[in-house]
Design a protein around this ligand. Structure first.
Ligand code: CDP
Ligand code: CDP
Length: 242
């Protein structure tokens, strides 16, 4: 049985950075499920377009249908490729790790992630990626981060972490991550954008953002990245001895 750590939480709570560093320290693989939703969003925007509205609202009837996005994903294809223990998103053979972080993708991703067929496709891809590790036997385990990893995708994961931090703190982190000035007005705006995405992710009917009943809740507002990584590694060593 492959060893899985599920890390979920709201936007910019530190999931991917924490998951990446924990995986590195344990010598495990890292899978960022948000990267797959983002890669699909990029592919859909570039190939189907947003009908000039600049938002996905109401797009269900205008081309952003689940079957159409899934067909596009298969055709291009949109894939996760394992490189040095890290799953990287690819669209039509091109690595899109940078491109998927744009504002345009960020604005549309929650709309696309609420579509049932899209979620089913992403979940199957994640499970296949993890099964591939098990067959290959190369990695000791995998750290997967997202919104529904502990609740839906890998509910059997022996260790589940739910990271939180206040919206303002998360906004400050996201701004400094992008190299932007962390000033009051920008923090306020970023904090509102994050809160809107969290609300969309938490209120959707399928796989809403919420902690699994057996998740360890970790409020990281007053923690450094190193402290939260150390805490998760400590929990992992306890849960996966040897
Ligand atoms: O890094 P950030 O927190 O900004 O977002 P992300 O992890 O890249 O995820 C982008 C979006 O994908 C989220 O806002 C969700 O709408 C969606 N997502 C999801 O629905 N389920 C997941 N397991 C991961 C991401
Ligand atoms: O994946 P998610 O959107 O949850 O967050 P992230 O992209 O991993 O983290 C957002 C930024 O917060 C990164 O630049 C982290 O280095 C930084 N950070 C953190 O994750 N935890 C702290 N305690 C302090 C900063």
């Amino acid at each position: 049985m492959l060893r899985i750590i599920a890390i979920d939480g709201p936007a910019a709570s530190g999931k991917s950075s924490t998951a990446g560093l924990v995986a590195e320290r344990l010598g495990w693989a890292h899978l960022d499920s948000g990267a797959l939703y983002r890669a699909l969003t990029l592919a859909a925007l570039d190939n189907i377009g947003d009908a000039g509205r600049g938002t996905l609202k109401g797009m269900g009837r205008e081309g952003w249908s689940g079957p159409r996005i899934v067909a596009l994903a298969e055709q291009l294809p949109v894939r996760l490729v394992l490189l040095d223990d890290v799953f990287r998103p690819e669209v039509a053979g091109v690595d899109v790790e940078e491109a998927i972080r744009s504002d345009r993708v960020t604005r549309h991703v929650s709309g696309l992630a609420a579509i049932p067929e899209v979620r089913a496709w992403v979940n199957a891809r994640q499970r296949m990626a993890v099964e591939g590790l098990e067959v290959g036997g190369g990695s000791g385990g995998v750290v997967v981060d997202g919104r529904d990893i502990g609740t839906v995708v890998f509910p059997e994961a022996p260790l589940k972490i739910f990271l939180t931090a206040t919206a303002d703190e998360r906004a400050r982190r996201r701004l400094s991550q992008r190299g932007q000035t962390v000033d009051g007005e920008l923090v306020r705006r970023e904090s509102q954008a994050l809160a809107a995405r969290d609300a969309a992710d938490s209120n959707r009917p399928i796989a809403p953002l919420k902690p699994a009943p057996d998740a360890v809740l970790l409020d990281t507002t007053a923690l450094t990245l190193e402290q939260q990584v150390a805490r998760v590694v400590e929990l992992a060593r306890g849960r996966f001895p040897g």
